[in-house]
Design a protein around this ligand. Structure first.
Ligand SMILES: *[C@@H]1O[C@H](CO)[C@@H](O)[C@H](O)[C@H]1NC(C)=O
Ligand SMILES: *[C@@H]1O[C@H](CO)[C@@H](O)[C@H](O)[C@H]1NC(C)=O
Ligand SMILES: *[C@@H]1O[C@H](CO)[C@@H](O)[C@H](O)[C@H]1NC(C)=O
Ligand SMILES: *[C@@H]1O[C@H](CO)[C@@H](O)[C@H](O)[C@H]1NC(C)=O
Ligand SMILES: *[C@@H]1O[C@H](CO)[C@@H](O)[C@H](O)[C@H]1NC(C)=O
Ligand SMILES: *[C@@H]1O[C@H](CO)[C@@H](O)[C@H](O)[C@H]1NC(C)=O
Length: 376
């Protein structure tokens, strides 16, 4: 009895000491198409460049009923985070109507740009790989952030103190662009440490500027993506995980990136910074649940087949018939698919992944352990 009271008091004390940190008044986000809520859309209109396929219907059809620049049929993980914290959906940094920046940034700003890499464009260009979508790399996004919100260090500290920082997912495209350009996996594997180092540097930078809670997602199990399953289609069954049908070597590659990222995150000396929460978000295993037992989660069409795209083939994916393009087709019930367009996931999948992360056990330390509400 005494012990349990003692424990309850301890719990209460620890809850109180964390309460203000979880009272997030804004979200600041960096990353790629997994988090872009409209930057690429507005960049394309500013630069008058060719709009990518994901700016056309049926993107956005399920929730927004129009394309918003989000690479899904509806909301993304970041949208569910915002809803979960009682905040409005996070606006893109790049404003529309030819404004470079949205000035009204009260409850958060999203700097994530679809197609963005962690490493500089020049790194990849030197290897003969150019980015088809954007040069707004992580470094560029951080520069935008500092210019827009950190013009004075006290403004910046004040804002970041109460912000949830979402640092990623980023890095996945460094691998995607290279693999799609035909680079062998061993070559790509050689610069994983550099990608991780770049992400860690960004985490340290926002902490130095005053961030108190930084969430750092790892990569998804890319061996389960319809695009890679089609690209590396092979009759050798040993290449596939017999439980999920995913490509083993690609998933091992994603695991390698994630392990390195987690290890390096743990090495960040938190004692240098007062009360900083650095949280690893295990996108890989949160998504893996859906690929292991899709039907249990309501994905009656399985985990591997895309809802929207080129039709045909076991994965309904064809690189030359992109979702949103003139001859693509769309399934009638996207909620029964994990994969939206062969690369990105459906809103239904993102919602479940969000729940596993922010209401469940797939964040380390657990996000919901930091943010228990005091109700009584
Ligand atoms: C949470 O933030 C709001 C707005 O800044 C503030 O009014 C409120 O008192 C805060 N709550 C706690 C528990 O710190
Ligand atoms: C740019 O943003 C500012 C501040 O939000 C706004 O007053 C202005 O009208 C915008 N300009 C255009 C061309 O939309
Ligand atoms: C990225 O920058 C290079 C020059 O470094 C340029 O040639 C290319 O068009 C840019 N790509 C995009 C998508 O803006
Ligand atoms: C599935 O793969 C595992 C490990 O590669 C193997 O031990 C097992 O026998 C396989 N099961 C079937 C049904 O092929
Ligand atoms: C995948 O490969 C198998 C055997 O190599 C072949 O029969 C099949 O048509 C291929 N499927 C696609 C979509 O390329
Ligand atoms: C992909 O689409 C193109 C264009 O419609 C077509 O020529 C090609 O045969 C398709 N590839 C597969 C594997 O279905």
């Amino acid at each position: 009895m005494a012990i349990s009271i003692c424990f309850a008091i301890l719990l209460l004390i620890s809850t109180i000491s964390y309460a203000y940190e979880c009272n997030y008044t804004s979200i600041i986000s960096f990353g790629n198409s997994l988090a872009d809520t409209g930057n690429i859309k507005n960049l394309v209109s500013i630069h008058h460049s060719q709009p990518p396929h994901f700016l056309f219907p049926p993107y956005g059809e399920t929730f927004f009923h129009k394309p918003t620049g989000r690479c899904s049929n509806g909301r993304l993980i970041i949208d569910f985070i915002a809803e979960g914290l009682g905040l409005p959906l996070i606006p893109p940094y790049v404003g529309d109507k030819r404004n470079l920046s949205n000035k009204d940034v009260g409850q958060g700003v999203n700097y994530a740009v679809a197609g963005a890499t962690a490493l500089s464009s020049s790194f990849h260009e030197a290897r003969g790989v150019s980015n088809p979508t954007t040069n707004a790399t992580l470094q560029v996004q951080l520069k935008w952030f500092k210019q827009s919100l950190c013009s004075t260090s006290s403004d910046c500290q004040q804002l970041l103190k109460h912000s949830l920082i979402l640092m990623g997912e980023i890095g996945g495209n460094d691998y995607n662009h290279e693999l799609r350009a035909g680079k062998p996996i061993n070559e790509v594997k050689s610069f994983v440490p550099l990608v991780v180092k770049t992400i860690i540097a960004a985490v340290k930078e926002v902490i130095k500027l005053g961030a108190k809670t930084v969430i750092v997602p790892g990569n998804f199990p890319i061996g389960c993506s319809s695009s890679y399953l089609t690209m590396y289609n092979n009759s050798d069954t040993k290449m596939y995980d017999n439980k999920t049908g995913c490509i083993i070597w690609l998933n091992k590659f994603a695991e390698y990136h994630n392990q390195l990222l987690e290890t390096e995150l743990q090495k960040i000396p938190k004692f240098n910074y007062h009360h900083v929460n650095i949280i690893y978000a295990d996108y890989y295993n949160a998504a893996m649940q859906l690929y292991r037992s899709p039907k249990e989660f309501g994905f009656l069409n399985g985990g591997l087949k895309a809802c929207c795209g080129g039709g045909g083939g076991p994965y309904n994916f064809n690189q030359s018939v992109e979702c949103g393009g003139p001859s693509s087709t769309t399934c009638t019930d996207p909620d029964t698919y994990v994969s939206w367009d062969g690369v990105h996931l459906t809103e239904a999948a993102y919602r479940l992944i969000y729940k596993s992360l922010f209401e469940g056990s797939y964040t380390m330390p657990r996000f919901n352990s930091l943010c228990t509400n005091i109700t009584s």
